[in-house]
Design a protein around this ligand. Structure first.
Ligand code: FRU
Length: 326
């Protein structure tokens, strides 16, 4: 059979530090295991738009066959992606949008819909009457804009539920925590804290707990993360009343990359399904994702073991060679 072409896929990630993005990378690695001929060149911008712009240029300069990008902020990252795309390199935009059409495919959860689902949940939780503090993600990133829009759209149908304060948590737990400290008074008036992701919900919950406010407030997040510190566990522990799955699209991105690199067509947009996770379904979902989590760790352990064995083997072979021929 013909050897498969070796391709270099550049992946520009806005930040690699949080669990959601680690999950995304794991999802990619699972799909990449089926394509040993692909090399992933990974760059982590550490939440810096300026750094991400430089890293996209670096990837292009190093020579890549395809770019996957998850932009820190939508508008400012666009021009770097435009440049790559205009040079003829295929582009997959993942999770956060750019503001131009310089991509082959955009893969993401439906953020407006997630906002609406959260609005519907909060409306019925409060039986149409109550107060909400909304903790938003980074204002320049499309999921924050769209989640806010969907949430507000839905709440407009329950006029008794009011957002009494918006906190700019920028997707980060510590930022949310600082803001919560500063806004204790407002939190005292809140029935629900709706945060655009789980880490921010947790940050605010921790502050509320410190001031004995955690029992009178219900916390709602987004992401539905697996593992011992993910959002599903937070729902199981009763820290979050509900959360909404925001699929990472990591696996789908690698599958789309393979199609593009093989000259096949891809849809302009792939919108991934989301759903509510609460006390009624969290146990089953958690058990399922725990299995995947364990399997992934096994795969990684075995991959490391194979690498070690290969290294030992090649160094022994070298030694043998030296002994025989010197
Ligand atoms: C991770 C994250 C997620 C959120 C997503 C939105 O960096 O903040 O928690 O759902 O980015 O882009």
């Amino acid at each position: 059979t013909k050897p498969k072409a070796a391709y270099r896929i550049g992946f520009s990630q806005c930040t690699g530090a949080d669990l959601w993005r680690q999950t995304m990378l794991n999802d990619m690695k699972r799909a990449l295991a089926l394509h040993p001929e692909y090399t992933l060149l990974y760059k982590d911008a550490g939440n810096s738009t300026a750094r991400q712009l430089r890293q996209i240029e670096q990837l292009a300069a190093e020579g890549i066959d395809l770019l996957i990008v998850s932009p820190n902020e939508s508008a400012p990252i666009t021009k770097a992606v435009d440049a790559v795309f205009k040079k003829g390199t295929p582009v997959i935009v993942l999770d956060r949008r750019i503001t131009s059409t310089s991509y082959n495919t955009f893969i993401s959860g439906d953020n407006v819909e997630i906002g609406r689902l959260a609005g519907r949940f909060v409306g019925s939780l409060l039986k149409g009457q109550g107060t909400v503090v909304e903790v938003t993600g980074l204002a320049g990133s499309s999921p924050a804009q769209e989640r806010r829009q969907g949430f507000r759209e839905q709440l407009a149908r329950t006029p008794g539920v009011r957002v009494i304060r918006e906190l700019d948590g920028q997707w980060e737990r510590d930022t949310a925590r600082h803001l919560a400290e500063r806004e204790k008074q407002v939190l005292q008036q809140a029935d629900v804290v709706f945060a655009h992701n789980e880490v921010m919900a947790l940050g605010v919950q921790q502050v509320c707990k410190k001031y004995g406010l955690d029992r009178q407030i219900r916390f709602v997040g987004i992401d539905g993360l697996p593992g011992p510190v993910g959002g599903m566990q937070l729902v199981l522990d009763g820290i979050l009343t509900a959360t909404f799955l925001y699929p990472t699209g990591g696996e789908e991105a690698i599958e789309a990359a393979a199609r593009i690199l093989n000259g096949k067509a891809v849809p302009r947009e792939t919108i991934l399904k989301s759903f509510q996770i609460d006390a009624s379904n969290v146990q089953a979902l958690k058990a399922q994702s725990d299995r995947l989590y364990t399997q992934q760790r096994d795969i990684e352990r075995q991959t490391r073991r194979i690498q070690q064995l290969t290294e030992t083997y090649s160094s022994q072979r070298n030694r043998l060679y030296i002994t025989l021929f010197s």
